[in-house]
Design a protein around this ligand. Structure first.
Ligand SMILES: Cc1cc2nc3c(=O)[nH]c(=O)nc-3n(C[C@H](O)[C@H](O)[C@H](O)COP(=O)(O)OP(=O)(O)OC[C@H]3O[C@@H](n4cnc5c(N)ncnc54)[C@H](O)[C@@H]3O)c2cc1C
Length: 811
């Protein structure tokens, strides 16, 4: 066994084998995999191993396409062929029009990744799958690439290729300890000796947290018991002359594929069961949980009704094994929050289908610092520190129960709610607030007219449309109050703080005390990594000279990691998170100044406190820091208040606002208004697949600065010219917004992808942002949007249709 190597991958299931193989593909051959037992002795050995191309965003579709292409290549390798039923095809069933609309959207989205799904009616479903009945069926989504693979052969093939490229695999070698040294390298302790390495990767399946605890962390991953059975031979399958397509059913929560001349049917029962919550027997190796078909009777009946042939067939084997889930159902693939040189590829609930792609994107992250797709949807840092064992288990149960029921826009499911609230959350709930969830935070979405108001789940504009319109109108004409909780905020101090931030941001940073600026962080490849508001606060009785760094609520762990990773050891810079200590109340609208003046001492006139100013003050008797910034396009103030004083500040503002028509507004109104101003959202419009010029952020880049992260790469990109450009679009449809991922078409070809869409109530236009081919970015260019299966006109318009000169927010 080597005593030193570059990377140690811990765990020899599909996750570990794929990572090892792809590291060698990236050119790193001094890498090893350490497995406690034999390869594939965790979940992988008993997997149903279906390999679908279906995903709910382009990153997931792209990585699954990689799996499919790789598996096909492995299957066809004459030196080591493996069993892969490629391209049997698969149907996701639907019994509501809303599900069908979702499938049409996913079809439009996948088209942008060169993947052609098809939405078919019930008769066509039955024609392609002769065993199913069309009762209570409207249709389905057809995935032509669906299939299944032999999981053990797949892992052996990947390990074999990795070994051929120089990697080593140590079986029967449990990792027993992990020690990180001052220079961020690691020692991996095993029963057979120690291995020093630069980087460790946790790929330990359901034992993820045994290994995580060795490095002092905990991952939000929980295991569920999951069962399938195998039937005896079914004559109709034997005689069909072709393989049966796969089925996935959101109506009765089962999947089904052909196995020999019978069927394999797996279940996601409502009466489901977590597994291993109090520790896992060390001898649970190549093992299964006891069969419990009674538990799945609810969904079994649905499967029998859909496929009557099952009623005449015997069951010969039941498989019940642990399967891992995370808080949102997607895995955790990437850097481990708060650690250096440590990665994970865990929480895979569809690891056979996805594993090839996840290992590919992880290896790119490890070797190149970033993957070719934006990987935020699988980033381990997307959940905040609130994600403990209980919350994870509750969300895992909910995800499991809804396995094939995709989330609709604005859908927030009930498990694990109220994980993060502020003192005014219950107050606003009593005022009729409906909440959305952002990184665990309950944030007001809109104010509902009655407690029993529940808009339908749909991709169309829903019944809250008029409520949002009224909130926007009040902000436009009077003044609105909105709580933005969970906004990520770091206090950065120290004599090197200014120089450090100057290096981190690609544009100007506010050097003058009392000023605010917006800035962008790039990665080493010159691509957009982050966005932050910087407020330069002078020394006061509340603290020394400091910069407040504010960014999206979801970026809490991501941004901290990024800043810490670039801090030089000899720099005098301290970064302290205030995210859980302070909350923002946004006051927006032409009468905002009058309200602020009525409850806070000082000169708040345009001259006394111009746009982009920052000042400490009191709102009534609540200490506050006010920033003159706007995300709505109206005159607005961000009022940052310590949570202990939040209710007092809220009451003072409400009271002061009474005579000015102050009303609450929520996140939906904010989102609609930002679309009219050309303002972008992190990880919707601001992604690592594009540079700041492609994203239209030219005015925030200073290429003549001596140094900033990504400068060299960005300069080279500028010379090469843009691959895409972000544009604003007017969509010719009043019924439904463009949804992220939808494809823009011209002459039958995909020419762009939507990143955001919403109705602009003040401009009365259906607005969208999209990255399109650069030659189509000119104002007035017409394209068509693949809009839930219909082609509707989408025209490029000026980026800020409401107030291009920002006159209202500067007023
Ligand atoms: C019944 C069932 C059906 C499924 N069907 C499908 C399907 O149809 N399609 C699909 O895509 N997915 C399916 N899945 C999910 C899929 O099987 C898993 O996502 C996948 O196998 C997880 O692989 P993994 O490598 O992450 O974990 P594992 O296969 O569990 O591998 C983890 C490895 O880490 C090793 N390890 C743990 N601790 C240590 C240590 N301390 N030192 C060294 N090594 C260690 C373990 O021994 C193990 O080999 C199914 C799962 C179940 C239970």
């Amino acid at each position: 066994m080597k005593s030193r190597t570059k990377v140690v991958v811990i765990g020899g299931g599909i996750a570990g084998c794929s990572t090892l193989y792809h590291l060698t593909q990236e050119g790193w051959s001094d890498v090893v995999l350490v497995e406690r037992d034999e390869l594939t002795s965790g979940t992988t050995w008993h997997s149903a191993a279906q390999v679908t191309n279906f995903g709910m965003n382009q990153t997931m579709v792209g990585l699954k396409t990689h799996s499919i292409n790789l598996y096909k290549e492995l299957a066809e390798d004459p030196d080591y062929p493996i069993n892969y039923h490629h391209g049997d095809g698969g149907i996701r069933l639907a019994n509501t029009e809303a599900q069908m609309q979702g499938y049409r959207h996913f079809t439009s989205m996948a088209r942008g990744m060169d993947v052609e799904f098809e939405v078919i009616d019930a008769e066509e479903c039955a024609r392609r799958h002769p065993l199913i009945s069309t009762d209570n069926l409207i249709g389905g989504l057809w995935d032509p690439m669906d299939g299944d693979i032999d999981p053990a052969q797949l892992c052996q093939a990947l390990a074999r290729r990795a070994r051929n490229a120089g990697a080593e695999v140590y079986r029967n070698t449990p990792v027993t300890g992990l020690i990180q040294h001052k220079d961020d390298t690691w020692t991996v302790e095993t029963t057979k000796g120690n291995i020093d390495c630069d980087i460790v990767v946790n790929a330990c399946g359901y034992r993820v947290n045994e290994v995580a605890s060795m490095m002092g962390v905990h991952h939000p991953v929980a295991s569920m018991e999951h069962q399938y059975f195998l039937t005896e031979e079914i004559p109709a399958i034997r005689d069909a002359g072709h393989r049966m397509p796969l089925l996935r059913c959101p109506i009765s929560d089962y999947y089904c594929r052909q196995e020999k001349n019978g069927l394999l049917v797996g279940f996601y029962e409502q009466d489901c069961k977590t597994w291993g919550m109090d520790g896992i027997d060390p001898n649970f190796v190549n093992a299964l949980c006891p069969d419990d078909l009674d538990r799945v009777t609810d969904v079994l009946e649905g499967a029998f009704e859909r496929m009557p042939a099952l009623m005449e067939t015997g069951i010969h084997t039941v498989v019940n094994g642990p399967i891992t889930y995370t808080i949102d159902g997607a895995p955790l693939v990437g850097p481990i929050p708060g650690k250096r040189n440590a990665y994970c590829i865990i929480g895979l609930r569809a690891g056979l289908g996805e594993g090839g792609g996840h290992g590919w994107l992880l290896a790119q992250q490890i070797v190149q610092g970033e993957a070719q797709y934006d990987t935020w949807c699988i980033d381990p840092r997307r959940f905040g520190p609130h994600s403990n064992v209980e919350l994870t288990a509750l969300k895992a149960i909910e995800d499991y129960q809804n396995e094939f029921r995709f989330h609709f826009p604005h859908e927030h499911r009930p498990a694990g709610r109220n994980a993060r609230t502020t003192p005014v959350t219950p107050v606003m709930a009593a005022e009729g607030a409906e909440f959305t969830v952002v990184n665990g935070w309950e944030r007001v979405d809109y104010i509902k007219p009655s407690a029993d108001f529940h808009p339908s789940l749909s991709f169309d504009f829903d019944e809250a449309f008029d409520l949002v319109a009224a909130e926007v109108k009040n902000v436009q004409e009077n003044v609105g109050l909105c709580e933005v909780n969970g906004f990520n905020r770091f206090e950065i101090t120290g004599s090197d703080a200014a120089a450090f931030l100057d290096r981190m941001f690609c544009g100007r940073t506010p050097k003058k005390a009392g000023r605010v600026g917006l800035g962008y962080l790039l990665n080493q490849h010159g691509m957009v990594k982050g966005e932050a508001t910087l407020a330069n606060l002078p020394a006061s009785d509340r603290g020394p000279d400091r910069i407040w760094y504010g960014s999206a609520a979801a970026s809490e762990l991501h941004d901290m990691d990024w800043l810490q990773a670039h801090l030089h050891r000899d720099e005098d810079v301290q970064i302290k998170s205030l995210t859980n200590d302070q909350t923002i109340l946004v006051l927006a609208g032409p009468r905002a100044r009058a309200v602020l003046s009525a409850c806070a001492r000082g000169d708040w006139s345009k001259e006394g406190f111009p746009w982009l100013s920052a000042r400490e003050c009191f709102i009534g008797y609540a200490p506050a820091t006010v920033l003159g910034v706007s995300f709505s396009g109206e005159l607005a103030y961000e009022i940052h208040v310590p949570n202990a004083s939040l209710y007092a500040a809220y009451q003072a503002l409400r009271e002061a606002g009474e005579t000015h028509g102050l009303k609450l507004f929520g996140a939906r109104a904010v989102d609609a208004m930002r679309m009219e101003m050309g303002f972008l959202h992190w990880k919707a419009d601001l992604i690592t697949e594009f540079d700041p010029f492609e994203t239209g952020l030219d005015r925030f880049v200073k290429l003549d600065k001596p140094e900033f992260i990504g400068k060299e790469a960005l300069t080279a990109r500028v010379e090469a010219g843009p691959t895409k450009r972000l544009v604003s679009l007017e969509v010719d449809c009043r019924k439904s917004p463009a949804h992220p991922g939808a494809s823009l078409m011209l002459d039958g070809k995909v020419v762009g992808t939507v990143t955001s869409g919403d109705w602009g109530h003040r401009v009365t236009q259906n607005l969208a942002y999209a990255f399109v081919d650069p030659d189509l970015a000119g104002h007035g260019t017409d394209m068509s949007l693949d809009h839930y299966g219909a082609q509707v006109s989408a025209r490029v318009i000026a980026p800020c249709p409401y107030d291009p000169d920002f006159t209202r927010m500067r007023s």
